[in-house]
Design a binder for this molecule. Structure first.
Ligand code: SF4
Length: 287
């Protein structure tokens, strides 16, 4: 099916940052030679939620904010899949915020790319969790998804990219896919992806990004150092990008899947040997 499927042309506004993410994801899948029959992209609600329609892969459009529980379920049902969640900041950090926290805590080998434009683009530009104070009368402080991720002791991969820096974004998406392909857990990538129609931040973000991959002495395996340095940069109005934190700990699927049984999606449910058990189950419902 993934071989005969013709990807649709993206429906985004010209200049939308999501084009850069689509291209970098396509590049990452190609460079790692991940067969498209294994690529399963689960998208949230919002402009970015149509990304999977433009990529040769299996796709699923999840309920609002429910990308991550769906992706976790897919990974546990079939750990052979390269499961990739995509969505926006409204979907992932507002209604989906609780799921993000718990997915960081559970550490399934799933890649999650949030196209963060600091607004609700699809519904015409309301303030989102990452909008700056003052944007559309927003009275709240903006949420920092990477600092949130650092505060979860179970997190194993935290990175931030920028659509305006395609070379770095390619590297980060490839690194995130490698993390999950190697079964090392949850790879969370916040991508600054401007909405040119309702919150055109290209100029502001170009001036604010700070490439941590180039900072001498920065150790992305040191959580305390990462927290201190990223907080310091935030106070200076800078947006740190790059691989910001990485750690090693068991993935969810390595902890919960039994070696005695195939995962659910790989079981031969038509095996004749199982028929007596099916029959018994059916009869139990008819009693
Ligand atoms: Fe992109 Fe904004 Fe247009 Fe949506 S409204 S497609 S986020 S530029």
């Amino acid at each position: 099916m993934t071989e005969t499927f013709t990807p649709a042309r993206p429906i985004w506004c010209a200049g939308c940052g999501d084009f850069g993410v689509l291209q970098a994801l396509e590049n990452g899948l190609n460079e790692l030679d991940i067969p498209r029959r294994r690529a399963f992209v689960i998208a949230g609600i919002g402009c970015s939620g149509s990304l999977q329609n433009s990529l040769r892969c299996y796709g699923y459009h999840a309920l609002h904010g429910r990308v991550l529980p769906t992706a976790t379920g897919a990974k546990l049902a079939n750990p052979e899949l390269a499961v990739i969640g995509v969505g926006g900041d409204g979907d992932g950090y507002a209604i989906g915020g609780g799921h993000l926290v718990h997915t960081l805590k559970r550490n399934p080998s799933v890649t999650y790319i949030v196209m963060n434009n600091a607004t609700y683009g699809l519904t015409k530009g309301q303030a989102s969790p990452t909008s700056k104070t003052g944007f559309r009368q927003n009275i709240e402080e903006d949420l920092d998804p990477i600092l949130t991720g650092l505060s979860i002791p179970g997190s194993t991969f935290l990175a931030r990219g920028y659509s305006g820096n395609p070379a770095q974004l390619n590297r980060l998406i490839k690194a995130a896919l490698e993390h999950t392909e190697q079964g090392r857990g949850f790879a969370f990538l916040d991508v600054l992806s401007p909405c040119v129609t309702y919150n055109d931040t290209y100029r502001e973000w170009r001036a604010s990004v700070f490439d941590m991959d180039e900072e001498a002495g920065y150790d992305p395996t040191d959580r305390a150092q990462a927290f201190a340095r990223l907080q310091e940069l935030r106070e200076q109005g800078r947006l740190p990008t790059g691989l910001l934190y990485t750690a090693e700990r068991p993935s969810l699927e390595s902890s919960v899947l039994s070696t005695d049984h195939e995962p659910p999606a790989l079981q031969d449910i038509y095996a004749p040997a199982l028929m007596p058990q099916y029959q018994q189950a059916l009869e139990s419902f008819m009693r």
